[in-house]
Design a protein around this ligand. Structure first.
Ligand code: NAD
Ligand code: ZN
Length: 238
């Protein structure tokens, strides 16, 4: 059954690793908490960056190489099409660090957990993030900030504060329909978004092959792979 998008609807979409699974990018909890064979709790932390920057950069260089080979799938494209159909009433928040949404044509989006294709100063000297798609073979190759400090991936590590939270909260507060796609409901604050949306009176729909941890907070769940469910799902009403 299609999801009607009424003329007064404002749509907020939250996506997670699951939406990129059909593009060949492994999800994070797919195999016992490993992400592509790495124990991310040993890698995606400020402490790891301090103690073992070579391992952190090895991991993210591999993710960059994988990301460059991947292409958007029908789920990314369906969201870009929906945005084009309801201009000004669509907002996308992704937990993903890949750039498959932008490559599919999404425009009004934020990456709350950062972006693989960017780096920033590890000393936080105030310089903004820079585009950096380099796959580094060793730590010595990693580019430096103008202040001299080594760059770090522009990624939100465990224990760090997600990006753009104020804008995200504003967008949730004014949305009437929240779609959550391919995320396990494990990572906070993203797992709270559905609760905030319900408080604001929005309809909330989950799409994915299995129920997320916060499944009971949704008004509707559609079981299936994002790339199979999303194309043709939305019925934009004039
Ligand atoms: N592509 C990426 O950028 C990428 C990949 C892995 C992890 N991460 C990072 O790790 C964290 C992982 O948390 P998470 O909740 O997003 O992912 P997760 O790995 O914890 O959960 C993945 C979810 O996707 C679902 N899923 C699997 N295949 C699917 C499909 N074909 N269609 C729809 N859903 C599918 C699973 O049922 C599961 O609920 C994120 O914060 C993100 O920053 C990013
Ligand atoms: Zn700097």
């Amino acid at each position: 059954m299609p999801i009607p998008i009424h003329p007064a609807d404002r749509v907020f979409v939250l996506t997670g690793a699951g939406i990129s699974a059909e593009s060949g990018l492994p999800t994070f909890r797919a195999s016992d908490g490993l992400w592509a064979g790495y124990n991310i709790e040993e890698i995606c932390t400020p402490q790891a960056l301090e103690r073992n920057p070579a391992l952190v950069w090895e991991f993210y260089s591999k993710r960059r190489a994988d990301g460059a080979k991947a292409a958007p799938n029908p789920a990314h494209i369906a969201l870009a099409d929906l945005e084009a159909g309801i201009p000004g009433r669509f907002f996308l928040c992704t937990q993903n660090v890949d750039d498959l949404h932008e490559r599919a044509g999404s425009r009004n989006l934020v990456h709350m957990h950062g972006e693989l294709a960017k780096s920033r100063c590890s000393r936080q000297c105030g310089q903004p993030p820079v585009e950096d798609r380099q796959v580094y073979a060793s730590l010595d190759e990693v580019a430096r900030c103008t202040c001299g400090a080594r760059l770090r991936p522009h990624i939100v590590f465990f224990g760090e504060i997600p990006l753009e939270m104020e804008r995200i909260q504003r967008e949730i507060a004014r949305s009437t329909l929240m779609l959550v796609i391919g995320t396990s409901g494990n990572v906070y604050p993203a797992a709270s978004f559905v609760h905030w949306a319900r408080q604001a009176g929005a309809r909330t729909v989950y799409i994915g092959p299995e129920p997320p941890l916060n499944a009971n907070a949704f008004s509707q769940a559609i079981e299936g792979k994002a790339g199979e469910v999303l194309p043709g799902l939305f019925q934009v009403q004039a």
